[in-house]
Design a protein around this ligand. Structure first.
Ligand code: FES
Ligand SMILES: [Fe+2]
Length: 387
């Protein structure tokens, strides 16, 4: 983040602290409960958001080396993402062109060869079918027409974006304009130098709540002093955040109480990033948290056609390779704090909210003016569906 931006945001924090205020929306917002329990609504979200838009699927540092690959089914199709011999990151439908088995599972690194575990058809890192055992039995089949199906993919500023719907067959000319899609956030992400980070560990969680409720969890500090009074309330300010929209995306700045120490320092030394948690929503489904000394990336997907079930992939990144036990202990404690707060405090509340929706107690939820990021996210989802 540009230093000038850090200074401006820090000044805004000090202003709010002096006034007892927070960033606000222009008005309260009523969000229909139907958006969280309607199967028809979820079907449109899956088609228009998860299949129809580029999704932030991985960080470059997860695929640093040639032959590194990851797989993910979250978007509703089996996806394989890999770095080819030429260093280019490509994505494919993880579907063997023989009879459809997955050609890769989990994540790892290979010699740019994906051998299908069913009958052994083999593809290279660019998706070309390079070997067919007993090929005389497939006489008449054009091998070039049986490459893996490419998905549009782009790597930029340390992030890898993939569209879950094939665009065509020319894997190297695919239509994701990520600069445009990031709506001004690109340079901010560039400043974080994400390539320098290292993947530490990943977790996969399942929750009985709508995928949007999981994202909502991260978007306001109005609950910090209540739900989190014994966990993170001593670290952050209650009901104080800064909000900024970037097209469909957004940033919420949660200052840490330690930001007060900057008052005694010249503005040239103000380091907002270190003294805050920056929560970005990379629309539609990634919550990207810059924690000063590490990164948490939460990618959130509905489970099939279930309105009340979500799968969450949490990837944890640290600034240096972890090579000894004391570093491991340090990052494990960090991870436990984060997952403890979210999984023991936020998510049970979210699951209760989802259950309560079915009681018909209310037709809508109400977001206060002090919850501007919630309103932006929910309005953006709705707008993306009605386009
Ligand atoms: S399904 Fe992959 S080789 Fe048969
Ligand atoms: Fe929370």
């Amino acid at each position: 983040m540009k230093h000038q931006t850090q200074v401006e945001l820090t000044r805004a924090v000090f202003h709010h602290l002096a006034q007892g205020t927070t960033d606000v929306a222009s008005e309260i917002y009523r969000n229909p409960v139907a958006h969280y329990i309607s199967a028809e609504r979820l079907a449109r979200e899956r088609t228009d958001l998860f299949l129809g838009r580029p999704l932030m699927m991985a960080m470059s540092c997860q695929l640093r080396e040639v032959g590194a690959y990851i797989t993910c089914d979250g978007a509703g199709v089996p996806m394989l993402i890999t770095r080819g011999q030429d260093g280019v990151v490509r994505a494919f439908l993880n579907v063997c062109r023989h009879r459809g088995a997955r050609v890769a599972n989990g994540c790892g690194r290979n010699e740019n060869r994906f051998q299908c575990p069913y009958h052994g058809w083999t593809y290279d890192g660019a998706g070309h079918l390079v070997a067919v055992p007993d090929k005389r039995s497939f006489e008449g089949m054009d091998r070039a027409e049986h490459n893996l199906v490419p998905l549009p993919a782009v790597e930029q500023n340390g992030l890898i974006w993939v569209c879950a719907t094939p665009a065509g067959t020319d894997v190297d000319s695919l239509p994701i304009d990520i600069d445009k899609a990031l709506a001004g956030l690109g340079s901010e992400f560039q400043s974080f130098n994400l390539d320098a980070f290292h993947h530490y560990t990943s977790r996969q969680l399942r929750q009985k709540m709508n995928w949007k409720l999981v994202i909502d969890t991260f978007l306001e500090p109005y609950h910090f002093g209540v739900l989190h009074q014994d966990s993170i309330a001593p670290i952050f300010f209650h009901n104080l955040c800064l909000f900024q929209a970037f097209g469909p995306h957004l940033r919420v700045t949660y200052p840490r109480r330690t930001i007060e120490t900057l008052r005694d320092r010249p503005e040239t030394e103000w380091d907002l990033v270190y003294h805050s948690a920056l929560v970005y929503v990379l629309f539609p489904n990634t919550v990207f948290v810059v924690q000063g000394d590490h990164l948490e990336v939460w990618r959130i997907f509905p489970v099939e056609d279930k309105v009340d079930e979500t799968v969450i992939f949490l990837d944890f990144f640290v600034p240096e390779p972890v090579t000894n036990q004391s570093a491991r202990d340090h990052w494990d404690r960090n991870l436990e704090l984060v997952t403890g707060v979210v999984c023991d405090e936020d998510f049970p509340t979210g699951e209760a909210i989802q259950f309560g929706f079915l009681s018909r107690a209310q037709s809508h939820m109400i977001y206060g003016r002090n919850e501007p990021a919630l309103a932006h996210f929910e309005k953006t989802v709705t707008a993306a569906l009605t386009r």
